[in-house]
Design a protein around this ligand. Structure first.
Ligand code: G6P
Length: 613
């Protein structure tokens, strides 16, 4: 989704801004632009398409090459198609200021009408230009200080924003503000780098200030002032980014997605580190210490999330009911926030999010808190908005996830949910011997994931046999039903093959009509209580000449009789199976995308972090 970078310091801004934009590329975008101040001018270059197109256009632009203050943006179209006019930065009519914006200005139509009536001429179809024109109106109409004009304009808008603004009249100053869209300020020596995401900053400094909603900052080479949008000064703490540059580079892999699939043993190991106490056979979750008492008494858990994180939430529903015996429900964040949900006393809401910035998940969380629920977060990005707005939580520690198709965050989300469910289960009813089985089982998961990954080449071959088919089904039961959903989502996202995931028994209530000769049907069928039932479902597909790929438990030779291809995963306790059974499906999606010539790191229409609703 849209990305912001800004720079003020003594170095040439251009290279820093362009490199920063490249680091944000993974979020998804369809146009880009840059503005650098030099010699009395705001030099602006924009282009639809890749950042390389902007780079090509700025070659030879003396102003852009020379300036030491600037802003840049990658746009993911919401209002108006991805063309040059709609790309950011946007200016006011007088060309006094330039602005980049993430988020959506909801009342832009009304404001636009007002501005047109006052003589403003619009050059784009965007909601953002309305904001730049409005700031310009205040700035050129009596207000001489940029931050005053920004503040005045922001009180008129509703919606979400992360913005960076610069001006001709005050060419040493960047003004940034946020409400609902992340904004971070990297603090270097005599320089500042503003970005919507830490990955654009880490190359320059690990010292950062996270702005909260309704806060703004006025930044010059000499320092930074932070205040609320109502102009009340706030003192911000400089924090450390935990991730290194190396962690966000591809490290020899062809794509981020493949790298992250292969990082899963280490990611889950790190996620469990210090939390699984193998000596005393217990779970330690420092992030929940302050709320454990209340949590043990919770009457209901609502897990809320979007996309892959929602699938993790669905596994969580099974885990909390099964291991902790707490009634649990998973809710799409986008539905939950709007349907006036009943949140009874004693409810705990758990927001699951890799980025910690997903707009719907954040809104669902706020809705739940508003209604009195205790709010927990299962989040990867440290210091992200969701992490900061929860009462307590558990970080994934999965390392930066750059691939648009989420992989390692998913397995780590499952690991964290299991830890929480076990901790609560033990305090509520679970015997120590049962706890020990789970703790031992969980500790073995990283090595078992590594075993599954060793079959990557075999999985590639199997995928290539079936890749010409345009419709696939993924079927699973119990804990592996969410895995079926996730397998189908992964395939859709990056290979554009149509796929549906279903609880296996539901197939006969409709989707069975789709099955025809040769259609690939993936069964997630490890050994579990419903194993015989799923064999029955496999038979039903076979009878209709569908072709079957099964993910089964190592040693299950019998299943070969019913299936065309079998991919084995090591045996483990049933509630832990999703962390293993999802791995072959991630690899299948990856190899299918490669075989179909799709751009895995930049899947069409998708954004890594969806910060608009
Ligand atoms: C986007 C991504 C998905 C992700 C979802 C939720 O749609 O493409 O991969 O699962 O957002 O993101 P979150 O950061 O909240 O986990």
């Amino acid at each position: 989704m849209c990305g912001i970078v800004g720079y003020v310091g003594s170095k040439k801004a251009c290279g820093i801004l362009i490199e920063g934009l490249k680091r944000l590329e993974y979020r998804g975008y369809d146009s880009a632009g840059i503005c650098v101040y030099h010699d009395g001018k705001l030099c602006i270059v924009k282009s639809p398409g890749r950042i390389a197109a902007v780079e090509k256009k700025i070659a030879g632009n003396v102003g852009i090459a020379a300036g030491t203050i600037g802003i840049a943006h990658t746009r993911w179209a919401t209002h108006g198609e991805p063309n040059e006019a709609n790309a950011h930065p946007h200016c006011d009519n007088a060309g006094t200021l330039a602005l980049v914006h993430n988020g959506i200005i909801e009342n832009y139509a009304t404001l636009k009408q007002f501005l047109i009536a006052k003589g403003h001429v619009f050059r784009s179809e965007t909601d953002t230009e309305v904001l730049s024109q409005l700031i310009g109106r205040f700035y050129n109409d009596g207000m001489r200080v940029l931050e005053d004009a920004v503040r005045a304009a922001l009180t008129e808008v509703s919606g979400t924003y992360g913005i960076a603004v610069m001006s001709l009249r005050e060419p040493d100053k960047l003004v940034v503000a946020r409400k609902g869209s992340p904004l971070i300020v990297g603090v270097g020596s005599g320089e500042y780098i503003v970005a919507s995401d830490a990955s654009a900053i880490i190359e320059h400094t690990a010292n950062v200030v996270y702005l909260n909603d309704n806060e703004m900052a006025v930044i010059t080479r000499d320092g930074m002032r932070t205040m609320t949008l109502d102009n009340v000064p706030v003192t911000k703490e400089v924090q450390q980014i935990e991730w290194s540059l190396e962690q966000i580079a591809k490290g020899g892999y062809e794509h981020f997605m493949l790298k992250e699939i292969f990082e899963q043993p280490e990611a889950v190991r790190t996620c469990l580190r210090g939390r699984l106490d193998l000596r005393d056979m217990r779970v330690l979750l420092g992030g929940l210490e302050g709320v454990t008492r209340e949590l043990v008494k919770t009457r209901k858990v609502i897990l809320t999330a979007c996309g892959t994180a929602w699938h993790a939430g669905l596994v969580g529903e099974y885990l909390f009911e099964d291991l902790a015996r707490i009634p649990a429900e998973v809710e799409y964040a986008s539905e939950f926030r709007y349907r006036n949900p009943i949140v009874e006393e004693g409810t705990t809401v758990i927001a699951i999010s890799q980025s910690g910035e997903t707009a719907d998940t954040l809104a669902a969380l706020r809705e739940a808190r508003e209604k009195g629920a205790m709010a927990l977060g299962i989040v990867n990005v440290v210091g992200s908005t969701i992490a900061r707005e929860t009462d307590a939580g558990v970080y994934l520690h999965a390392g930066p996830e750059i691939g648009v198709a989420s992989t390692k965050a998913f397995t780590c989300q499952l690991a964290v949910e299991t830890l929480i469910a076990l901790m609560l289960g033990r305090r509520r009813f679970m015997s120590q011997s049962m706890m020990e089985q789970y703790i031992t089982g969980l500790a073995e998961i990283p090595d078992k994931i590594a075993q599954v990954l060793q079959q990557a080449e075999e999985i590639r071959k199997i995928t290539e046999e079936f890749v010409r088919f345009d419709n696939w089904l993924f079927l699973g039961r119990g804990y592996n039903y969410p895995v079926a959903l996730e397998g189908a989502l992964k395939l859709k996202e990056i290979s554009y093959i149509h796929a549906e995931g279903l609880p296996a028994a539901e197939m006969k209530h409709g989707p069975i009509a789709l099955i025809h000769e040769g259609m690939p049907v993936v069964f997630i069928a490890p050994r579990c209580a419903t194993y015989d039932k799923i064999i029955g479902n496999i038979e039903e597909v076979r009878a209709r000449k569908g072709r079957i790929i099964a993910v089964a438990t190592e040693g299950d030779e019998d299943i070969r009789r019913y299936c065309d291809r079998v991919i084995y995963v090591p045996d483990c306790l049933v509630p832990l199976q999703p962390m293993l059974t999802v791995i072959p499906l991630q690899l299948m999606a990856y190899y299918a995308a490669l075989a179909r010539g799709c751009n895995v790191d930049k899947p069409r229409n998708l954004a890594k972090s969806v910060t608009v609703e």
